[in-house]
Design a protein around this ligand. Structure first.
Ligand SMILES: Nc1ncnc2c1ncn2[C@@H]1O[C@H](COP(=O)(O)OP(=O)(O)OP(=O)(O)O)[C@@H](O)[C@H]1O
Length: 201
């Protein structure tokens, strides 16, 4: 995936002022930035959810998108969500989804209604829905929000496995703790991407 010259404004507020970024195959890329820096805006543009005012977004292969706001239906069970997405992705079965549930340790909630799940478990499901079709490019907006420490570590194990399998993974966060896990770190500042410093924001 490659994007070039992305500009976006909300009314008179220019949020992105010429963003260029490339996600190489098999790379784990991080984008950090302060609250309101424009990270979610950039990810929505990369995912095709928002049209930029200017610039080019070029996709290759399948992609998965895990938005910051969990978009789940409280009345349905975890399993029903997986089943809806299985059909949407045209997958023959839920084997990969079940592997991800095991990896993130939430298989036991398969029959639970989403409305009764904890915030962290909802986030696990959100992640599983973005991952279950083995995308070539994975866009993750604050993917570990609400995770406990063990789950946070499992998340990074999973991300490393995806990278090893040749997938491109973009992690966007306002926190940059674990920068040594990344191949590339960018900082979104004043509407442009700069080479990131390895510090928490
Ligand atoms: N739909 C919208 N309409 C108007 N302004 C918006 C809209 N969405 C975002 N903004 C503004 O654009 C700026 C960037 O927002 P964005 O959500 O992209 O930032 P962020 O870096 O993801 O922030 P956070 O870390 O708090 O999630 C903010 O000032 C926000 O208020």
């Amino acid at each position: 995936m490659k994007v070039a010259g992305i500009h976006h404004a909300y009314g008179s507020r220019a949020v992105l002022r010429g963003v260029d970024v490339e996600l190489p195959r098999g790379a784990l890329v991080g984008i950090v930035g302060e609250n309101g820096a424009g990270k979610s805006t950039l990810l929505k543009i990369l995912a095709g959810e928002l049209r930029p005012d200017r610039g080019v977004v070029r996709h290759e292969g399948r992609f998965g998108y895990c938005p910051q706001q969990v978009d789940l239906n409280d009345a349905f069970t975890v399993r029903q969500h997986l089943e809806f997405f299985r059909i949407a992705y045209s997958l023959p079965d839920l084997c990969r989804a079940e592997e991800i549930m095991e990896a993130l340790r939430f298989s036991e909630f398969a029959q639970e209604r989403v409305g009764v799940l904890s915030g962290g478990t909802r986030q696990k499901l959100n992640l599983a829905l973005a991952l279950m079709h083995d995308p070539d490019v994975l866009l993750l907006d604050e993917p570990y929000q609400g995770f406990d420490w063990d789950t946070y570590l499992r998340f990074w194990e999973l991300a490393a496995q995806l990278r090893a399998a040749g997938q491109s993974v973009l992690v966007v966060s306002h926190l940059a703790y674990d920068v040594d896990r990344l191949d590339v770190l960018w900082r979104l500042e004043e509407g442009v991407l700069r080479a990131g410093a390895a510090v928490a924001s």
